[in-house]
Design a protein around this ligand. Structure first.
Ligand code: NAD
Length: 458
């Protein structure tokens, strides 16, 4: 898209915001209801687009993309009214007589930049939160999942006034131009490398940001874990979307004593969940493109392979693969975005914690253990965005929990009320009554006024 067209879109949104500075909550609800209806009407197109871009099955697309967005819309429709009310807070006696409250206000025009791996969900979920909070949105979906981006653009133009929500299709060039403009909030999901560019650009306009990025999320399995259940849940979280999931367990750190048993159970679960030939399994996703396929395939060698390892260049599929690994291996130097699961062992849990803490802070962490002591040690001593005890990735599907990372894995969070708050500026207001005017703050000062001030402020 050319720069002039992008500027026109921004101009249309500014005019819309001038005319509707605080979009009435009822209109936000109506807009979200229409979005819900149109997603359902266009679900066939959404399924087709995800099949083309990532070979996602209908079930996976509903569970991890459409269903998540519908759920967020339903949550917001239910809560917008109460979230949008001013929130009364206590006023100190020194301010007598007055009323204090926090007044929720939209930021204004929000730029949302999204990635390709959950291209529908990661574009629309933050958009729903931004709309719920009363903002207008310019959405820039990923050029790497073009079929889904086209469907999103159609869905948005069918649902919203262009001044309220609009899309800009394109890649780095369009995104760079957008980042040069003055938005009121930027919400970005993608790699840490591009997150840094977004944050620098935002700083030029003092624009607040939320950055949802990635990292290497560890999965710790200790000797007290229920191994067969752990294997089942790890295989689910790791190989969903063929490992192209920001919160997928990146690698397993397991107690040496249970490694053989864990590997045996992981192999059993891979076959049970994906069949003996996952590449022929039509419900098993592919790598997004050849570049990603090559980047992942190169980590599989005869020396490190435990299980799986078959690749198919034509379909761009890689089998769920288990590797023997150490922290010195190349596969441990990058975020793995594919169905490759390195397994590293430890002798005691303190060693595992020290190793996790020597790397940058991950987006997620999973601990499989029946020992409260070990669970607490890991939760208290490791820093990470969020995670699960005895499960993987499901913490992102709980609207009462925020979702986000810290440092290199992210800044800020969203989902549910936290998502509404992310896109809301709370004005702090003191409404002072006029029938009384306490004199002590005014000049000229004297000992009595000083005494009163000291009484109030201590
Ligand atoms: P990416 O950073 O390459 O692209 C994300 C977006 O940024 C795209 O819309 C793209 O057009 C734009 N972009 C790319 N290069 C740019 C540049 N130089 N200047 C300006 N804009 C640019 O990320 P990706 O490859 O699409 O996604 C994979 C990454 O996203 C992984 O690191 C993963 O962990 C992370 N991720 C994080 C979450 C989360 O919620 N925390 C979710 C999914 C993916």
């Amino acid at each position: 898209m050319d720069n002039q067209s992008i500027l026109e879109k921004i101009d249309t949104q500014r005019k819309f915001l001038d005319e509707n500075p605080m979009l009435d909550y009822k209109k936000r609800i109506d807009a979200l209801k229409l979005l819900y209806k149109n997603i359902k009407l266009m679900s066939g197109d959404i399924y087709d687009a995800l099949k083309k871009d990532l070979n996602k099955s209908e079930t996976e697309t509903y569970m991890a993309e459409i269903g998540m967005v519908l759920n967020e819309i339903s949550y917001m429709i239910k809560h917008i009214r109460s979230f949008s009310r001013p929130q009364r807070v206590a006023t100190p006696l020194a301010q007598f007589h007055s009323k204090s409250y926090k007044m929720p206000c939209a930021y204004g025009m929000v730029l949302i930049i999204s990635p390709w791996n959950y291209p529908f969900m990661l574009a629309l979920e933050p958009m729903v939160d931004a709309i719920a909070a009363g903002n207008s949105v310019i959405l820039k979906p990923s050029e790497i999942s073009p079929n889904v981006s086209d469907v999103i653009a159609k869905l948005i133009s069918k649902t919203f006034d262009k001044g309220h929500v609009d899309t800009v299709l394109g890649g780095v060039e369009e995104c760079t131009f957008l980042l040069d403009q003055d938005f009121d909030y930027i919400f970005y999901t993608g790699s840490t490398r591009v997150g840094e560019i977004v944050m620098k650009k935002a700083a030029e306009h003092f624009t607040p940001v939320t950055l949802e990025m990635g990292g290497k999320s560890p999965c710790v399995v200790d000797e007290t874990a229920n191994i067969s259940l752990a294997a089942k849940r790890i295989v689910f979280g790791k190989f969903l979307n063929a490992g192209q999931t920001c919160v997928a367990p990146d690698y397993i750190l397991c107690d040496k004593k249970i490694k053989d048993k864990l590997v045996e159970e992981l192999e059993r679960q891979i076959v049970l969940q994906y069949s003996v030939d996952p590449i022929k399994n039509d419900a098993y996703p592919k790598m997004i493109n050849k570049k990603q396929f090559d980047a992942m395939s190169k980590f599989i060698t005869d020396e490190n392979l435990i299980f799986g390892g078959k690749i198919d260049e034509e379909s761009l599929k890689i089998e769920p693969t288990l590797l023997n690994s150490t922290f010195d291996d190349d596969v441990m130097k990058i975020e793995i975005f594919g169905p490759i699961l390195p397994i590293i062992t430890f002798d005691d849990i303190d060693e595992a914690i020290a190793k996790i803490n020597s790397l940058s802070k991950p987006l997620a962490l999973y601990i499989f253990s029946s020992s409260k002591t070990n669970q607490n040690k890991v939760l208290n001593r490791c820093q990470f965005g969020g995670g699960c005890i005895n499960d993987t990735i499901i913490h992102i599907a709980t609207p009462n929990l925020g979702f986000g990372g810290l440092k290199q894995s992210g800044i800020g969070a969203y989902h549910g009320k936290i998502g509404f708050d992310t896109f809301t500026h709370y004005k702090s207001i003191v409404d002072k009554k006029t029938w009384l005017d306490l004199p002590m703050r005014y000049q000229p000062y004297n000992k009595f006024k000083q005494f009163l001030i000291k009484m109030f402020l201590r």
